[in-house]
Unconditional design. Sequence first.
Length: 186
Amino acid sequence: MQEDNDRNVEFLEKKIADYTGRQYGIAVSSATDALYYSLKCYGVGSGDEVLVSDFSWISSASCILMAGATPVFCDIDLDSYHITFEEIKRKTTDKTKALIYTHLFGNMTETKEIEEYCKDRGIAFIEDAAQSLGSSLNNRKAGSIGNISSFSFNNNKVIAGISGGGIVLTDKREDADLIRKLRRHG
């Protein structure tokens, strides 16, 4: 029975990774855990700041507190409901270690300029695509953007698990290996 469950989980991980063009998909217990594990992959902890939307589900910010870092709330554009590049630049400090960029309501906006800004400053770009599985913009699928990405399988999402769940997507083997270890802890 457990072997069947493991094969089913591995099948789902591979399908979603392939769909988004990522190398690895790692199923976890929730999208909150997916974001927390993503922060751990980039060494986010005490003394660090993480930029995050002020208009999102609480998990987008609570995972930052779980990692011991400080959430820095960024205002959104009222047309797209996404953090603006201007707000990201305004709120970045020398303590900024990561950005959690949330796609809300299946809506995506162009992020290449933000990705380049983060890359130039050594800021991890974490894509919170919890609500956006299946969305795309300019031939880029949700879940394929940034250093690491996540989806939710909560009962109000595109793919719903009986009791929730989530997945982390990455192209880095070391991130995938760490997340596999973390998901089995506790």
